[in-house]
Design a protein around this ligand. Structure first.
Ligand SMILES: Nc1ncnc2c1ncn2[C@@H]1O[C@H](COP(=O)(O)OP(=O)(O)OP(=O)(O)O)[C@@H](O)[C@H]1O
Ligand SMILES: [Mg+2]
Length: 346
């Protein structure tokens, strides 16, 4: 799979430019981010862009392997090394030879293994369990965690020396709620992927639904959004997702303290006439809060203005565009984007 990382927000642009810089180096990276933010996806991208890209990318979830088995999982074992070791077995280091070993959930690695990992990082050698022959490791390590490793170091749960060795270059993936402008791009991306895979009809989102999705906290980040899109596609394929189609937890949510950017349901066209901005009262209210969801607000305004203009000129796009001070082709593009408008208008 060739990984792309969708997002046009400032934090994601910075992240992607860091990825470009670090990919070609052989540095160890510590990728940090909440659950579902795309840690593994970024790790794959870094691997694919690196000089090791044609060699294996081997993920290991340190949290999913029982403590007693993790050493043999990483380093392999010799025949008879322990009860049940009936055959010799290669470890993940060996499988990743020449490529990248992705140590996911590194915070879950037991302290005894942390020492051994530090040794491989420093000396580039290891031994199989039950073996005495040092084996060379030509592997780049990318580690990831959703935990606060610095706090774990303070609590003596994670070795300080390993932490510093791993976090030479920290790669921070921000949660989705801090990059609201990426939400519509991600929705589009997942819908398009679904359709491309021939799994069904596309959906589009009403501005009200999109607006609410932009206000939601997304505790499960991109994974949660991806799953939600699948649900919409199954239930609403070929239709528009309206506000009332959103799950209860999203409808009942909102960033505490943040203002809801109210746009009157039927904006008075006179307040949008040439040279005037949106109604000062609404804006004043909005700007008093802690934050504004500007993209969703503008989208809603845009839709309301276009609808009014089209209604005023009985659906005549040339006249509506002239009234709005935009080209006819721009109006048509906007209409396509604001799907959900009556089909006879296009
Ligand atoms: N920017 C993005 N563009 C497209 N897809 C993304 C993006 N970020 C994440 N995804 C997708 O979202 C899902 C979750 O991403 P990933 O598994 O990389 O997250 P994670 O941070 O490793 O999560 P966890 O902590 O739960 O392991 C995956 O299906 C991934 O492909
Ligand atoms: Mg992961």
């Amino acid at each position: 799979m060739s990984a792309t990382f969708i997002g046009g927000s400032d934090p994601i642009r910075r992240l992607l430019s860091l990825v470009e810089r670090v990919a070609k180096t052989d540095s160890t990276l510590l990728i940090m981010g909440e659950s579902g933010t795309g840690k593994e996806r970024i790790a794959r991208m870094i691997h694919e862009k690196s000089l090791r890209g044609r060699y294996p990318f081997v993920p290991v979830n340190c949290g999913a392997i029982p403590d007693g088995l993790i050493e043999s999982e990483l380093f392999g074992h010799e025949k008879g090394a322990f009860t049940g070791a009936i055959n010799q077995r290669s470890g993940r280091f060996e499988l990743a030879e020449g490529g990248t070993l992705f140590l996911d959930e590194i915070g879950e690695l037991p302290l005894s293994l942390q020492v051994k990992l530090l040794r491989v990082l420093q000396e580039k050698v290891y031994e199989r369990v039950g073996g005495s022959q040092p084996r060379k490791a030509n592997v780049r390590i990318l580690a990831a965690t959703h935990r606060n490793l610095e706090q774990m170091v303070r609590d003596d749960l994670f070795r300080e020396d390993l932490f510093y060795r791993l976090s030479v270059i920290p790669v921070d993936i921000p949660p989705l709620r801090l990059r609201v402008t990426d939400i519509s791009l991600l929705l589009e991306f997942f819908v398009a992927r679904w359709v491309e895979e021939g799994r069904g009809e596309p959906v589009c989102f009403s501005p009200e639904a999109l607006h609410r999705l932009c206000r939601y906290e997304w505790p499960g980040n991109i994974r949660e959004l991806e799953n939600l899109v699948e649900r919409f596609l199954v239930l609403k394929g070929g239709e528009t997702v309206e506000l009332s189609d959103l799950p209860e937890k999203i409808l009942g949510s909102g960033v505490p303290g943040a203002p809801v950017p109210v746009v009157t349901e039927s904006p008075d066209t006179s307040s949008f006439s040439s040279g005037k901005s949106a109604r000062p009262m609404d804006l004043a209210d909005l700007l008093n809060g802690e934050s504004i969801d500007m993209p969703a607000y503008f989208l809603h305004l845009e839709r309301a203005m276009i609808e009014k203009a089209l209604a005023r000129f009985s659906g005549n796009k040339t006249r509506a565009a002239a009234f709005l001070g935009i080209n006819r082709t721009t109006l048509i593009e906007k209409l396509k984007r604001l799907e959900g408008l009556p089909p006879d208008l296009s």
